[in-house]
Design a protein around this ligand. Structure first.
Ligand code: GTP
Ligand code: MG
Length: 85
């Protein structure tokens, strides 16, 4: 589930999480556009998302912070996806 790191988890994301939990489909949160936020905001959005990981059974606990612009987290994301295959 791609989440804009500037916005965090929104109500429609929570609705999608509930559907995935109910269907027992494992999902993971990938934060995007990390270059657009400060170090402080990163801590905040990570804490926010980690809170959701505790509440949603099917949500993978590892959150990946990425920036397509700075290529940050892309290798990590690729490795994670390769792991699923
Ligand atoms: N700064 C920054 N801009 C990005 C990043 N990823 C995408 N963009 C820009 O965001 C705009 C939308 O690109 P999309 O590929 O649709 O990215 P998205 O994550 O779906 O973003 P939205 O459509 O805006 O929700 C384009 O102008 C991209 O260049 C990123 O990691 N950092
Ligand atoms: Mg888009």
């Amino acid at each position: 589930m791609l989440i804009d790191s500037r916005r965090g988890v929104k109500e429609n994301d929570v609705q999608a999480m509930k559907l995935l939990d109910a269907a027992a489909v494992i999902y993971q949160i990938i934060l995007t556009k990390a270059d657009k936020i400060s170090r402080e905001e990163r801590e905040k959005v990570l804490a926010n998302v980690e809170g959701f990981c505790k509440k949603h059974q099917a949500l993978h606990p590892r959150v990946i912070l990425t920036s397509a612009e700075k290529k940050e987290g892309i290798e990590e994301l690729r490795a994670e996806l390769a792991g699923f295959i």
